[in-house]
Write a protein that binds this ligand. Structure first.
Ligand code: F6R
Ligand code: MG
Ligand code: MG
Length: 380
């Protein structure tokens, strides 16, 4: 076993170019300077700064473990420096995700999204960092199910003895702040009963049965932190690959299906998740469609070797085409559900204000029956 390394992926929307569209390179540079200093000072072993849509992404390696004050503080500084540049350049929504004016020891709950894992580095440690924009953490539920629980996706679940025992999924109820573990494949149907509601139940970790961490996902929901709609909670995810974990191709395979996710325009619409290379990771049509990029690295003595831009590949052309067709089909519904989200998920958007305004204009109407609403039925 190699050294204990922590991989921290921390992201925030600190302002973007031409609307909620794309990170400006100067803001990336400002963040890079902070991480370069932290590397020089020995706090970070290595780092990689990138961006997907309007989200600035900090990928960092170190030996400080997860939830470390110095690491989170460094990420916060990087975002603040980047936000300063965003303000100077007059970029849109400068400082958007920095919900607090001062750092309080951990960026979780302050706006940024966080996915961190600590592990003993294997002799070869391939990992994939997924970064999505215009969607929410639950968007990874379906791909995670396929990667770690579906033998039609992951051949290794059937034919690799090291994976044959299955995995443990930790699922969060992000409304209540509760976690539950599912032993897969035994608890498969119970798992699906929850994670099919991705706005509330979010896969947070996947572990191998021997305790090795396989995947971690950011679970911060901005609207639940701020109590109002600010931006969608564009998520990040880390997955370890190969030799006892799913193969790289098994990890990427679910993204060949552009499944429907919540987010898109004003965080209030359903649309297909389109896998793209970093060069195409910018939001255009109806502020989307929601996109996901994936960078593949090897970690060696904590150094980030790579990356390879995994979806920047012809093998995903058909998926992208399919995503465009689905986007077109969904868009034709305009403001109608299920393209527009249901009222439960619109809770924190501006729609409640519109409905409130209309309240005064409602008058009684004799339906001819007394409607029995579900919660009343439950009380009977
Ligand atoms: C969704 C998103 C955008 C904005 C939209 C309106 O996550 O960031 O779709 O919601 O562009 O933005 P404002 O209200 O800032 O004009
Ligand atoms: Mg934004
Ligand atoms: Mg975003």
């Amino acid at each position: 076993m190699g050294e204990k390394i922590t991989l921290s992926v921390i992201k925030a929307d600190i302002g973007s170019l031409a609307g909620h569209h794309k990170v400006h390179p100067d803001t990336m540079l400002a963040a890079t300077r902070v991480l370069a200093d932290a590397k020089k000072n020995g706090l970070l072993i290595d780092y990689y700064v990138t961006a997907v849509g309007d989200d600035l992404q900090l990928i960092m390696t170190h030996k400080k473990g997860t939830d470390n004050k110095e690491i989170h503080g460094t990420a916060w500084n990087a975002f603040e420096e980047a936000a300063k540049v965003a303000k100077d350049l007059g970029l849109y929504a400068a400082g958007q995700d920095l919900l607090s004016s001062s750092f309080s020891g951990n960026v979780r709950g302050m706006g940024p999204g966080v996915a961190e894992m600590e592990f003993n580095e294997r002799p070869a440690e391939p990992i994939v960092v997924f970064m999505a924009d215009k969607t929410e953490p639950g968007a990874f539920n379906l791909p995670l199910y396929k990667i770690f629980a579906d033998p039609f996706n992951t051949a290794g679940l059937v034919i690799d003895p090291r994976m044959h025992d299955g995995f443990i999924f930790t699922v969060l109820d992000v409304y209540e702040g509760k976690a539950i573990d599912f032993n897969i494949p035994q608890d498969l149907y119970d798992l699906l009963a929850l994670i099919g509601t991705p706005s509330r139940y979010v896969v947070k970790f996947v572990h191998r049965k021997d305790g090795e961490i396989a995947s971690v996902i950011s679970s911060e929901r901005l609207s639940l932190i701020a109590g109002k709609y600010i931006g969608k909670d564009d998520p990040v995810m880390i997955v370890r690959a190969q030799s006892g974990f799913p193969a790289l191709g098994e990890i990427l395979e679910p993204f060949s299906f552009p499944h429907l996710v919540e987010g898109w325009m004003r965080g209030s619409h359903t649309g297909p998740l389109m896998p793209v290379g970093i060069k195409d990771a910018k939001m255009t049509r109806f502020d989307g469609p929601p996109r996901v990029a994936a960078l593949g690295f090897n970690i060696k003595n904590g150094n980030l070797i790579g990356p390879s831009d995994l979806f920047d590949d012809v093998a995903y052309d058909e998926t992208r085409r399919q995503a465009q067709i689905i986007a077109e089909y969904m868009r034709r519904h305009g403001p109608f559900m299920p393209h527009r989200l249901g009222p439960e998920d619109m809770e924190y958007t501006t729609l409640p204000d519109v409905l409130k305004k209309l309240e005064k204009r409602f008058r009684p109407f004799e339906l001819g029956y007394k409607p029995k609403l579900r919660h009343e039925l439950e009380e009977l």
